[in-house]
Design a protein around this ligand. Structure first.
Ligand code: PMP
Length: 355
């Protein structure tokens, strides 16, 4: 007889990561192609020397470095085993069974999973026709049971972003007892006009119900090392410690993140290069007849509807792995120029085909 598992788990989808196989170009998981920043290798090697000792459970040195860089109190920063772990921690500290978690759809696939894992109910609001967050509709969907709102900005998988003024006006309409998570996993890739650059940390300075999530997995190139962080009101952040899996941010992860923070000039150079490629890739796709919303992240979205699976399969057969999302669309990471050329060659040839 097998052990009894909670029956509602059957309806929780497994997280399905982007595929990989040797020899293919992998543009399926929004990683950087360039590897970790140069300051990381030595720090990791030194950290490994102490691999037999538990790490600092509170990531004190990393938290202090982040607090200084962001000009916030250290008590308002918490590190996690990737920002995905903090998404789960935030659901755990806000929701009990029957509470509601509100988010746009499509958005990051982990929101429905963490919602169901804590026994809460997902309330979703469709993106606009332009694949952007409909903040008015989200504000209007708040109920007495809403405890948590996820706003993914820029949005994964569409790459679209909302500006700071739109966020301010949205936050003014959300009751202050509801925690609003601004998930900024792709923050470093944003190039917004001066004065409207979305920045959750700034919004959180005067709004204690805002928590901002960022990660070292994307622009910083540490996806495999697993470290992200939350910034918010110290009274909220303190609770994350209660549900945090002890030692889940390894000594190596803490050292790599601290070292990464010391390479800001290199980071900017790298993100600028990706942004230039993002413009080139989108222009080429639009020129070939695809409908591609403007992206503020390191990926672009092709809303191919029912053709999404066939397009992705054909791209994989051509040696470029991209990520299909049901019957909604395909997300393609912006890689280096060589990888992007390989995808553009496939996509421009495929533009005239029907899948
Ligand atoms: N938020 C968003 C929007 C993401 O796309 C991702 C990664 N796919 C994450 C959070 C989690 O990243 P990590 O756990 O690697 O920090």
């Amino acid at each position: 007889m097998t052990a009894r598992i909670r029956p509602d788990l059957a309806s929780i989808p497994l997280y399905v990561p982007g595929r990989d196989f040797p020899g293919a170009y992998k543009l399926a998981s929004n990683e950087t192609t360039l590897g970790p920043l140069p300051s990381v290798a030595k720090a990791v090697a030194e950290a490994v020397e102490l691999a037999h000792r538990y790490p600092d459970n509170r990531s004190t040195e990393l938290v202090a470095a982040l607090a200084e860089a962001l000009d916030v109190p250290a008590e308002g920063v918490s590190a996690g085993c990737g920002s995905v772990a903090i998404c789960q921690e935030l659901a755990q500290i806000t929701c009990v069974a029957g509470d509601e978690v509100l988010y746009a759809w499509r958005s990051f696939e982990m929101y429905p999973i963490v919602t169901q894992v804590v026994g809460a109910t997902a309330v979703t609001v469709p993106l606009t026709e332009g694949h952007v967050h409909d903040l008015d509709a989200i504000a209007a969907a708040v109920t007495d049971r809403t405890r948590l709102i996820f706003i993914c900005n820029p949005n994964n998988p569409t790459g679209t972003a909302v500006g700071q003024r739109a966020l301010e006006s949205f936050l003014d309409r959300v009751p202050p007892h509801i925690l609003v998570v601004l998930d900024e996993a792709y923050f470093e890739y944003q190039r917004f006009p001066e004065g409207d650059r979305p920045d959750g940390v700034e919004l959180g300075r005067t709004r204690p119900n805002v928590v901002t999530l960022r990660t070292f997995s994307k622009a910083y190139g540490l996806a495999s090392i697993r470290v992200g962080y939350a910034v918010g009101d110290p009274a909220v952040i303190a609770n994350l410690g209660k549900v945090h899996v002890p030692f889940s941010v390894s000594r190596v992860a803490q050292a790599a993140a601290i070292a990464s923070l010391q390479s800001q000039a290199e980071l900017l150079e790298r993100t600028d290069a990706v942004v230039a490629e993002r413009v080139r890739v989108r222009d080429a796709l639009v020129g070939a007849g695809y409908d591609v919303p403007p992206s503020e992240a390191n990926f672009v979205w092709l809303p191919l509807g029912s053709q999404s699976a066939d397009f992705s399969a054909a791209s994989a057969a051509a040696g470029v792995l991209v990520r299909p999302y049901g019957v909604d669309g395909v997300r393609v990471t912006v890689g280096d120029p060589h990888e992007n050329d390989a995808f553009l060659e496939f996509a421009t040839n495929a533009a005239s085909r029907r899948f």
